[in-house]
Design a protein around this ligand. Sequence first.
Ligand SMILES: Nc1nc2c(ncn2[C@@H]2O[C@H](COP(=O)(O)OP(=O)(O)OP(=O)(O)O)[C@@H](O)[C@H]2O)c(=O)[nH]1
Ligand SMILES: [Mg+2]
Length: 401
Amino acid sequence: MSIKLSVILLPTNVTPEFDKQRQIYEDTESLEQRIIELQKLISLAPRHKGAERMRGDYRKKLAKLRAEVEKRKDQERTRRSGAGAEEGVIRKEGAGQVCLIGVTNCGKSSLINAVTNAEFDVGDYPFTTPIPTPAMLTLEDINIQLIELPGVFEGSHEAGIGRQALGVARNTDCIALVIDLSRDIDVQMKVLLEELNRARIRLNKEKTAVRVERVGLGGLMIYGVQNYQGNKDELYEYLQARRVTNIIVRLQKPATFQQFVDAMDSSVAYVRALVIATKGDTPGSEERFEELQDKYGERFDIAPISAEKGENLDGMSWALYEHLDILRVYTKIPGKKREMKPIVLPEGSVVEDAAMKVHKELFVERFRTAIIIRDNDKIKRRQVGLNYPLKDGDVLQLMHR
Ligand SMILES: Nc1nc2c(ncn2[C@@H]2O[C@H](COP(=O)(O)OP(=O)(O)OP(=O)(O)O)[C@@H](O)[C@H]2O)c(=O)[nH]1
Ligand SMILES: [Mg+2]
């Protein structure tokens, strides 16, 4: 009789932690959980060349699992509703979302009709637009989603429809306070600011180190990873424990794990805002515009328009773009023209963020260098690394092994 000696061969020299994690991953059944366990597994995988293939295999597996989750969510969504509105969030489309919020009849629908292909009902009676309604504004090569919220009134944060509207405003990228220049401006401003304040939405407050945004799809996206000062596993574990699978984290300044947790728990929303002053063609509008500038000009940028006369609609649209804090980057293959459609990223993004958006993690591993072409700059071409900050309009060539 011979004794069988079993030797465990670990061809890629994995650590015991990795092995333990592999077991956990293999024993996990729920799809979302598997993704989280697999992410942890990948982060524990050996970095050396011999393990490249194994890492690649796990990455493919991860992409497949994510795709499967997205498919399921899509099916679920179509099953539940055709409208796309869910729990105070309108599914974001385009490069950014702006909510138009104002008292009833202030001219929100007229302004949306003037800058988009939408044909919203316009009326001189109150609450013509009774529910949050989206439209798409095309600006050069990007789309900005505009959402008209039903008119705000004193106490609307307590009423059902007002609560829903403020719920949408909470999750948006930018709030446009729409002020009608044919009426008393102070009354309008006070109602809007008071209702937003009660809904715990703060406007134009200093950027926090961490901004989190829960989304319906897309897994975990982190922008500004270079600002994260904690241990990434800790972050994954935390999200896993809270069963959060789809989330965008924006690290706008150096941030610790604790700051991330605070951002997750905060019930206060910080949203960028500006003022659009409408009906600039009506009698007395000039005086009211000056009053608006005097009283609120320091706190908000103000874009005056007349939807009826088609005045300053372009200026207003670009003001919206400015307040989304995004930048456009155009990828390019050497010897070819740049892509027509930009990649849109939050301001403050670096080359790595663009690379992640184009090729996902696989690329970042194989990244060699990048070339940025800035036609209007003294230095037209520069060779840069993953941490190099991007500017609006950059043309980017990504080179990999
Ligand atoms: N003179 C003038 N009137 C305007 C202008 N824009 C809108 N109006 C008028 O203001 C009234 C209300 O316009 P809407 O665009 O329906 O306003 P709203 O904010 O969408 O209103 P609700 O959806 O009912 O809350 C209508 O009678 C419009 O004709 C403008 O630029 N100039
Ligand atoms: Mg309307």
